[in-house]
Design a protein around this ligand. Sequence first.
Ligand SMILES: Cc1cc2nc3c(=O)[nH]c(=O)nc-3n(C[C@H](O)[C@H](O)[C@H](O)COP(=O)(O)O)c2cc1C
Length: 217
Amino acid sequence: MIRQKIWKPGAVRLAGSDRYARLVVYWLHCHYREAERSTLHATVTPVPVPFPQANNAMSTDAVSTDQFKQAMGLFPSGVTIVTTSVNEERFGFTASAFSSLSLSPPLILVCLANSADCFKPFNTGKQFAVNIIDEKYEELAMKFATKGCDKFAGDEFIEGGVGLPVLPDTPVSLECRTKHVYPGGDHVILVGEVEHLTLGTGLPTVWHAGGFRKLES
Ligand SMILES: Cc1cc2nc3c(=O)[nH]c(=O)nc-3n(C[C@H](O)[C@H](O)[C@H](O)COP(=O)(O)O)c2cc1C
């Protein structure tokens, strides 16, 4: 009964002294907010949501594909060769649209064009590897950016820690389990959880304005 009265603001005085009643109400308030916060944290799962302001921004018609490519090419990036293996068949492509995403769990992302010949094995596959390359693999990167050629003919790859094709002696190779594949316009965003990584020596090569650049040590 007393509890019921405490919940009703008008009945607070009946629970005891005014000061005591205020303390009880304050404690209940804090307790409720804490419970509400932990429920929120426990139930929120991120879902891809279109950014509403995108419609108010400059119309995409105003940006030509060439202009956009040129603008994005001005942002210097590393170069990666992304590989996978499905039923012992190997696939791969060159990607500069690579980023780290989360520290815990360790997540990375790579964007792959829907039009890529290797789209299906990456889109439906369970794992992939990202090799951050240095200068000695630039030619190989151009091969992996060329449709229709036998990308694995040169035997440059070895089997990595979880059995994916990785490059030996490259600055970094990351072997990942595919966690999510999100649509992103004419690309998909492959999100991978890193299960095995190898740190090598050497400086990563840089892609800028349509060409390879060198980092100075
Ligand atoms: C430096 C460089 C970076 C590239 N980055 C990407 C990328 O991030 N995502 C992508 O889908 N294609 C990228 N490409 C193009 C693909 O590597 C290329 O279209 C490849 O041939 C696609 O695979 P496919 O041969 O199976 O079609 C890049 C090419 C180069 C030269």
